[in-house]
Design a protein around this ligand. Structure first.
Ligand SMILES: [Zn+2]
Length: 350
């Protein structure tokens, strides 16, 4: 779920929100690895992991397109805002500390319940259809034939989606959590205003977040820190291909990133612990995470498969340790993979 590289404190209760419209189209990768104690609204570097990239990306957009599509929206976006009523229908996303009410008219499909504050019926249905299609693809990819291996939070039978229309979070567009995800609706006013009508972009965001949801369900817990950040994000990026423009597929592209940022080792990012460098998560680490996943899963090295990835998460659910399971599946010690990362990637891309 999301991106961030700076230890900026995130304030959910901010009232003035800078909302660059292009943000809704491209960046929307929003990650979620918040443990129960790392809830939304807390501050600190650890907590900022998912949002830094987005924030930085936002800044970049502001710099580049200040005159184009940025405006300020004054809005209350938390439960203690005087402009928002107390939620009448608490939802699973409250586990993130995001107390956004829904309107009590969810749209339900075989595997999803789409809640919203104000999205149109059509927007809910389309979102559900996209999610069903993406989930079907993910299950096929990971050979998940038996739904019973996917754990739900107590009392929940389907994946929840909150498609928001009248909220304007600046740090993220989509987020995943154990049992569900949040994403802007297809009829979100900013998406429409910015002209970002490309469904491919929206689908990629849904798929990225849904990949995290499935990862959570395979782990069977909210404790996403059982898996190294670089790995869970690399997998989500690789599956969703949500940032094709930033992908590292050539040696030239790799060296260009290294020339800009230095050899920052992506495998050292275990808990979204990005260095405080502007744009570093979205521009550097996410592409590197995906590169690492490509290396591990694509030819010619493909000694592990998507099924192995699924099994990794299941083994961790059963008490396994990421580091030892990584060695077992990929045939290389995690410490060695980290220390030799740039040599291995140069050899791979050459
Ligand atoms: Zn993510």
């Amino acid at each position: 779920m999301a991106l961030i590289n700076s230890p900026q404190t995130y304030h959910l209760n901010q009232k003035t929100i800078f909302f660059p419209t292009p943000l809704l189209s491209k960046t929307m990768d929003i990650i979620l690895n918040l443990s129960p104690q790392d809830k939304f609204g807390l501050s600190g570097k650890e907590n900022a992991n998912c949002f830094g990239g987005i924030l930085n990306y936002k800044k970049e957009i502001i710099k580049v397109a200040l005159s184009v599509l940025l405006f300020i929206i004054i809005i209350g976006c938390s439960s203690d805002s005087p402009t928002e009523p107390e939620p009448a229908y608490p939802g699973s996303w409250y586990s993130l500390g995001i107390q956004w009410a829904h309107d009590g008219d969810p749209y339900e499909t075989e595997n999803f319940i789409v809640y919203s504050d104000a999205a149109s019926r059509e927007a809910r249905e389309t979102l559900a259809d996209i999610a069903e299609e993406m989930l079907s693809g993910l299950k096929l990819q990971m050979d998940i034939q038996d739904n019973s291996i996917l754990v739900f939070p107590a009392g929940q039978r389907k994946i929840h989606i909150y498609g928001y229309k009248n909220h304007f979070p600046t740090e993220w567009g989509g987020r995943a959590y154990f049992g569900g995800l949040m994403i802007y609706s297809l009829d979100h006013p900013e998406r429409t205003a910015a002209g970002h009508t490309d469904l491919d972009v929206y689908e990629a965001v849904v798929k990225h977040e849904l990949t995290h949801v499935v990862q959570y369900q395979l782990l069977g817990t909210l404790d996403y820190n059982l898996v190294d950040s670089w790995f869970s994000e690399g997998i989500a990026e690789k599956i969703s291909e949500s940032n094709p423009d930033r992908a590292v597929t050539t040696l030239e592209r790799l060296e260009s990133l290294v020339a800009t940022y230095g050899e920052l080792n992506p495998i050292s990012i275990k808990r979204y612990n990005y260095p405080d460098i502007e744009y570093v998560a979205v521009n550097y680490y996410y592409p590197m995470f995906q590169l690492a996943a490509n290396y591990l899963l694509d030819p010619p090295r493909n000694i592990a498969s998507w099924v192995d990835v699924k099994e990794m998460f299941l083994e961790i659910r059963n008490g396994g340790n990421f580091t030892s399971i990584f060695k077992e599946k990929f045939g290389i010690e995690l410490t060695e993979f980290e220390s030799r990362f740039f040599d291995l990637m140069r050899e791979y891309l050459h």
